[in-house]
Design a protein around this ligand. Structure first.
Ligand SMILES: *Cc1c(COP(=O)(O)O)cnc(C)c1O
Length: 837
């Protein structure tokens, strides 16, 4: 066990117990003393806040212990920089990971409060769009669980991901005012406040030694203030920290107007600088070319780097050892300006010479790429960058110059090659390519699944791969089994627990021990009973949210993810239309519920039209008596982490049907397979690795491969030609075109049909026949309940590779070069004051 600094006896805390009587007392105390309510008048939300405050006291004690351990152990720290964290609700996750869920439920029950009832009142912390933000949340949780000294940095958006309502079949966005009732899980740190500058100009000073030093002056300053969110590791005392920055006006915001005597205007204008952290951009996999977005990116990057360097110096490490004591991971290019900001801080603030600063910076950073799609690649006009971040533009020019000199030396005369490699894109009105800055400024660049990494090396970064082949590595994504199995699926967790020893919860590799039970009749039957209960739980929620009644004794076929053309919700919708027509034609069709969920970016009209068409088709299908309960189509509104935890455990069939080559990894595919849904999918992203893990006979793979898609595109076959060989497909698309399913939105249906027939950029029609066959194959297997259950259980038992813990270990070993600290043991049950410092 590690030696930690002995606590100063004067700072000894009063005892906080983790047994039911102690928790009960704390909750009651918090209700009156923190929430300020008379228990007789307390609402369910008051109780939610009271219990959260009671647990907050305990989680922060453990944070203090963990921080001390890291400070005493001379550790190398990992800093994860991400614009997005898709966290979900915190109460249950914190309780479970702290090992006090059941005892807290007991304490509440003693107080006459139902845990389930109050827990669902908590708003999701939805500070992200989809997979990228959820990955960041899973990585933080895993670092805490495994004892890595990991810190998350991001933005404390006042408004997170919008709330999606469906009105007249269409998506309507409502603001996500998630902090409206206050947030018991955050610790404001007004003393951790850093200035962040925008605009202004650069002044050069010529030093006696011949060097020039630069000063960035004038412009506007905004303050970044820290809010800390402790993140508990599973069944450990370790608690790591997520630090989110909020923008505050500087204290002298008022000077100009105060001097003019305009007090009211001075105070009112303060709001403007605070808009920086006001709202999350709701765009998934598309770059946002707005000045405010660039300011958000720089704002949180600058504050985080200042904080990282401050901590380094406070620990009395020399500044030139920064990269020995820290590793910084860039989650996509959103924080890539960090490369230039790190150089600025080292050069201008810490007076480190250029070459040394550049070595430190490169050793410090690594970059995760999340997509190859051109519309997602961030580039900023040079003119905008020069205006908003003039000093950084100068630094970027020099980084680029030295880089091009280096390659000119190694690859003489290849001018076209240099142009392609340059950070500055000269062909589209001079723009800064953030991905190039990130690659040049990092010692490792990773893709998020094997196929994605290999495509990265062949396409987007082919030129860089020639220059630095060793720089590119793969780290396949993963998901945390704590949330996506233990919390989401208590029934399946219990079933596994009853069959194998419980160490699989810490080491998912041990789940392999469950594999033999796939051929055990009793386990299969128990598995079906668990699925059934999970379906009943989902059916109740579907009824509450949509008014639609669904059976719980049929196949649940789900496509839950952001709405995007490349994810091909239209492919699934065509299959719904096929089933509808077959039933109308009197065919015997396997009964099923098809459930869609997902948000469309508010400015992405095609995606919003797809939602409307799904809802209109669903309305016709669900009200047609000819369906006789054999087909129901549900669009589940406002897909978020908390609803995912209800939908995923109920699913039988997991739709992972993106056009091959477009889904970098996917993580929804992993969550679903881990919960015993069979995947129907293309050879895209992590689906390929899932197939390798679960076995080809336990997954339904169909459609063109990434290579075949490229070849098919090159052939230029008109999409409508695919109807010729498929009479059913023709009648389906024509029904859509002619408005058979339209409920007032006739021209919208005609437009979607036209889009498929004439454009179909993601090859929905080209892949349809193969998809329909794969669906039929799945239906046949489903009719054999034993065969299906066996395949589902084999999926569960063979998904261990997709634990986020494996992902984090690969980052730690191959990229960060950090080792985990000895994990602190859980608090002794019902003992006094042993959790605290
Ligand atoms: C996992 C998750 C995603 C990512 O899903 P994909 O199918 O990988 O695109 C998006 N949103 C939420 C709420 C999730 O939990």
């Amino acid at each position: 066990m590690t030696e930690t600094t002995p606590p100063n006896p004067r700072h000894r805390l009063s005892p906080l117990t983790c047994d039911a009587p102690g928790l009960r007392q704390s909750i009651r105390d918090a209700l009156v003393r923190v929430v300020g309510k008379d228990p007789d008048l307390a609402t369910p939300r008051d109780w939610l806040h009271a219990v959260s405050f009671a647990i907050r006291e305990r989680i922060i004690e453990r944070r203090v212990v963990t921080r001390r351990q890291f400070a005493d152990e001379d550790v190398k720290r990992v800093y994860y920089l991400s614009m997005e964290y898709l966290i979900g609700r915190m109460l249950e996750a914190n309780l479970r990971n702290m090992g006090i869920l059941e005892v807290t439920q007991q304490a509440l029950q003693d107080l006459g409060v139902d845990f389930r009832e109050i827990a669902r009142l908590e708003e999701d912390a939805a500070l992200g769009n989809g997979g990228l933000g959820r990955l960041a949340a899973c990585i933080l949780e895993s670092m805490a669980t495994q004892g890595y000294p990991g810190y998350g940095y991001g933005i404390r958006y006042e408004y997170g991901m919008f709330q999606q309502h469906i009105e007249h079949f269409r998506q309507v966005e409502h603001p996500d005012n998630w902090l409206r009732f206050g947030n018991p899980w955050e610790f404001p740190r007004p003393e951790k406040t850093f200035p962040v500058r925008f605009y202004g100009y650069v002044v050069e000073h010529h030093q006696p030694d011949g060097e020039t030093s630069c000063n960035w002056e004038n412009g506007e300053e905004v303050l970044a203030m820290a809010y800390d969110y402790p993140t508990a590791g599973y069944e450990r005392r370790n608690v790591n920290n997520l630090r989110l920055w909020a923008a505050k006006a500087t204290r002298d915001f008022d000077l100009r107007y105060f001097n003019e005597g305009d007090y009211i205007r001075a105070v009112a204008d303060k709001n403007e600088s605070e808009t920086i952290s006001m709202v999350l951009y709701p765009n998934d996999a598309t770059a946002i070319g707005k000045e405010l977005r660039l300011k958000q990116e720089y704002f949180f990057v600058s504050a985080s780097l200042q904080d990282i360097i401050d901590r380094h110096l406070q620990l009395e490490y020399p500044i030139d050892e920064l990269a020995d004591k820290a590793a910084i991971q860039l989650n996509d290019t959103h924080p890539a300006i960090a490369v230039a900001e790190c150089m600025r801080l080292l050069l201008d603030e810490h007076r480190i010479p250029w070459d040394q600063a550049w070595t430190i910076t490169r050793n410090l950073f690594s970059y995760t790429n999340h997509t190859l799609m051109p519309e997602a690649l961030e580039t900023w006009p040079v003119a905008l960058m020069e205006r908003v971040l003039p000093r950084h533009m100068g630094i970027i020019y020099r980084i680029n110059h030295e880089f091009i000199e280096e390659v000119r030396h190694r690859f003489p005369g290849e001018h076209e090659f240099f142009r392609r490699l340059s950070i500055i894109d000269e062909d589209h009105g001079r723009r800064v390519r953030m991905a190039h800055l990130a690659v040049i400024g990092s010692h490792r660049v990773n893709g998020v699944a094997a196929l994605h990494t290999s495509l990265l090396k062949q396409t987007l970064f082919a030129d860089f791969n020639r220059v630095w082949p060793e720089r590119f590595v793969n780290v396949t994504n993963g998901v945390t089994p704590r949330l996506w199995m233990i919390q989401a699926n208590p029934g399946l967790t219990e079933l596994i627990e009853s069959r194998i020893s419980s160490d699989w919860k810490f080491d998912l590799d041990r789940l392999k021990q469950f594999e033999p039970y796939a051929s055990d009749d009793a386990t299969r039957e128990a598995f079906r009973a668990v699925k059934r209960r999970n379906k009943e739980r989902l059916a109740a929620l579907v009824h509450k949210r949509t008014g639609i009644t669904i059976r719980s004794d049929v196949m649940y076929d789900v496509q839950i993810k952001r709405i995007h053309e490349y994810k091909r919700q239209l492919l699934k919708l065509l299959h719904v239309i096929e089933l509808y027509q077959r039933i109308r034609d009197g065919e015997d069709v396997l009964p099923r519920v098809v459930l869609f969920a997902g948000k469309a970016a508010p400015g992405y009209q095609r995606a919003k039209d797809i939602i409307a068409v799904i809802n209109e088709v669903a309305d016709i299908v669900n009200h047609d008596p000819a369906m006789g309960d054999r087909l129901k189509c549900v669009f589940f509104p406002n897909y978020e982490v908390s609803s995912a935890t209800i939908i995923i455990p109920a699913a039988d069939l997991s739709e992972q049907i993106s056009t091959a080559g477009f889904e970098a990894s996917g993580t929804g595919n992993m969550k679903l397979a881990l919960n015993g849904a069979l995947t129907i999918g293309t050879l895209d992203g992590a689906n390929i690795e899932i197939r390798d893990a679960v076995g080809t006979e336990n997954i339904f793979i169909f459609g063109m491969t990434a290579d075949e898609i490229s070849a098919h595109r090159a052939q230029g076959i008109p999409p409508g030609a695919h109807l010729d060989s498929h009479p059913r497909l023709r009648s389906m698309v024509e029904a859509l075109r002619d408005g058979f399913f339209s409920n007032g939105g006739r021209h919208l249906h005609a437009e979607i049909a036209r889009y498929l027939l004439e454009e179909d950029p993601f090859f929905v029609l080209a892949d349809y026949a193969a998809y329909s066959d794969a669906c039929a194959q799945a239906d046949r297997m489903y009719q054999d309940a034993e065969a299906w259950s066996e395949a589902a259980l084999l999926n569960v038992a063979r998904m261990s590779h997709f634990s986020i813990d494996r992902t984090v270990r690969e980052y730690a070993q191959n990229i960060w070069n950090v080792v985990p600290e000895p994990v602190l043991p859980p608090c002794p049950e019902a003992d006094t004051n042993d959790c605290g410092p």
